[in-house]
Design a protein around this ligand. Structure first.
Ligand code: HAS
Length: 538
């Protein structure tokens, strides 16, 4: 096995460890929300909530995406190694070191600031420095993959289109580089000097401005690898070609253009940002909706083609002809179905007036669990069922348990997320230790829904345990598969077209970012905010 493959597997294993710990802290959250149940103090609740968000949203995703991207690039370009395996190892090591540095203060209760780390809630400097080291690690990782692609481009591949999966990885990295400029500025100019005591006060609005500049494209850093799987792995799994390679490339390009200039849809309720800027970001938010609508059409068309070849008939009757007994397919298909609900909720969030109803309520965790928690996480589980056997030459043990795991996730998520959406509309707050406000009568009607969300959370936790069990059994099974078990590689044969001009689209994206952010940021700076004193969170 090549060093690169070992690294890929190591990355997956770290991501699964983060999934296990994050899921445990998650179950604690839902149980705590059930009226009458109080397992831990409020301090421990916020500590666990921070650990849950950081481990799942930042650590599980980042390690998984790094390994998936390395696999896609090496596999689709027909390489054994990336440009520099050493650089790749260094990047994983930095991301790992950053994670450990951030984990220590979180677990010690010195960083109860949740995964969005809004000031003036203050964490230990180690938390901010660790997060910065993690981001630097991802920059090195991206540089190594881009150098790999550039090297491949030299010589006989100079005028050949990038394979779709690699194209998707490059687009994801472009979005990541643009996005992380925001969080790097927030860390280096505000949070780190402030946490070290070099300055006394901090401007929370400026910090939130920089955070959401980063925070929204972060969701596409999670989503695009799932889309890469839907566009490249799913057709191979079904034995058909993708419905339209061109449309898939258009989708990735639209994400480069519109992922970043949308951050104010997370700040509709923030004072200090003019309505005109919020309106502009609403328009761009609906523009970034479009590539997902195209994706819905493209993946459904691909599945319909495959189902009809398998004998499926009728307007919707073909759905039954899909390979639902295959755990990898079921995971990906269920991820899509759940994402359709998450996307509809996203449209509600993005409407300024509707956002007043749902902001800071249980609706928002309901939404994020359908998106990152299902579209992304369930796709990652499904693709694990395909890649672990390929990478380790061990058969999947066992397919039936894996299938049960996938449907358990679907059932748990519908129960959890559905209840959270309704609770949100009824006014139940998110991120709150005692959601009944000491048993206030207005919260009495929430009890059955909170219990249902709790039951959904327990099912989700059981699903994670089952997933880990299947992974562990697969990794400890005797190696027996032949090398040809790998899925067929799509070899590009056509020269690049207009849509492949990523330099042009990156330049346009940067211009859109300047239009959307320069003036409002200058306005925030010119307000001369006295800044807020820190609120220690330990
Ligand atoms: Fe979101 C809040 C708006 C997508 C993640 N979002 C969040 C937060 C997270 C998050 C983590 O406008 C919470 C942040 C926090 O902690 O405060 N979101 C949107 C919109 C979209 C959207 C418009 N979000 C995502 C994705 C995420 C994600 C993707 C992670 C991966 N979101 C918001 C807004 C807020 C927000 C506001 C702030 C709320 C507040 O007030 O705090 C869109 O991009 C969604 C587009 C999606 C679709 C669905 C396409 C469906 C597909 C599947 C097709 C299915 C088929 C069926 C074909 C249009 C592609 C298959 C058939 C078979 C037979 C199998």
């Amino acid at each position: 096995m090549s060093r690169e493959n070992r690294l890929i597997i190591a990355g997956f294993l770290v991501s699964y460890a983060a999934l296990a710990a994050g899921a445990l802290f998650g179950m604690l959250q839902v149980i705590e929300r059930i009226p009458g149940v109080k397992l831990v103090s409020s301090e421990l609740y916020y500590r666990a909530l921070t650990a849950h968000g950081v481990l799942l949203a930042l650590v599980f995703t980042t390690f998984f995406i790094m390994s998936l991207a390395t696999y896609v690039v090496t596999r689709e370009l027909g390489l054994r190694e990336t440009y520099s395996t050493r650089l790749n190892i260094l990047s994983y090591a930095l991301v790992g070191a950053g994670t450990l540095m951030a984990a220590v203060p979180i677990l010690a209760g010195k960083a109860n600031v949740l995964y969005t780390f809004y000031p003036p809630m203050k964490a230990s400097p180690l938390f901010y420095i660790g997060a910065t080291v993690l981001v630097i690690g991802t920059w090195l990782f991206g540089a190594n993959l881009l150098l790999t692609v550039r090297k491949w481009r030299r010589g006989r591949n100079a005028s050949v289109k990038l394979p779709l999966g690699v194209f998707g990885v490059v687009c994801t990295l472009i979005i990541w580089y643009i996005a992380t400029l925001g969080v790097a500025a927030e860390m280096l100019l505000q949070l780190i000097p402030w946490s070290l005591g070099l300055v006394d006060r901090i401007d929370p609005l400026l910090a939130r401005n920089l955070f959401w500049y980063f925070g929204h494209p972060l969701v596409y850093f999670w989503l695009l690898p799932a889309y890469i799987v839907w566009y490249t792995v799913l057709p191979r799994l079904l034995g058909v070609r993708i419905f339209s390679d061109f449309l898939a490339r258009v989708v990735f390009v639209l994400f480069i253009l519109f992922s970043t200039p949308v951050g104010y849809h997370h700040q509709f309720m923030d004072p200090g940002i003019k309505a005109a800027w919020k309106y502009l970001h609403t328009v761009t938010t609906f523009a970034v909706f479009l590539p997902s609508l195209i994706t819905a059409f493209t993946v459904a068309a691909t599945m319909e083609m495959a189902a009809k070849r398998r004998g499926g008939r009728g307007l919707f009757g073909w759905v039954a002809a899909l390979p639902w007994r295959d755990p990898a397919f079921s995971a990906i298909a269920l991820a899509m179905i759940l994402f359709a609900f998450g996307g509809a909720g996203g449209a509600v969030n993005a409407g300024n007036n509707l956002n007043y109803v749902v902001h800071n309520t249980a609706w928002v965790p309901g939404h994020l669990h359908l998106t990152v928690g299902s579209a992304v996480a369930l796709t990652f589980m499904g693709v694990s069922y395909l890649l672990l056997p390929v990478l380790t030459r061990r058969p999947l043990r066992s397919r039936r348990l894996a299938l049960a795991q996938v449907w358990l996730w679907g059932a748990g998520m519908l129960l959890f997320s559905g209840s959270m959406h309704v609770l949100g509309v009824l006014g139940s707050p998110r991120r709150t230790y005692d959601v009944t406000f000491g048993g206030h009568p207005a919260t009495q009607d929430w009890t059955p829904l909170l219990a249902a969300a709790g039951a959904g959370g327990v099912l989700l936790f059981l699903s994670v345990l089952l997933f880990l069990y299947v992974v562990a059994r697969t990794l400890t099974a005797p190696a027996e598969l032949e090398a040809q078990a790998e899925p067929e590689v799509q070899v590009p044969a056509v020269p690049p077209g207009m849509v492949d001009n990523l330099k042009l689209f990156t330049a346009i994206a940067l211009m859109l970012v300047l239009v959307a952010y320069t003036l409002p940021t200058l306005e925030i700076l010119s307000m001369g905010s006295p800044g807020a004193p820190p609120v220690p969170m330990d």
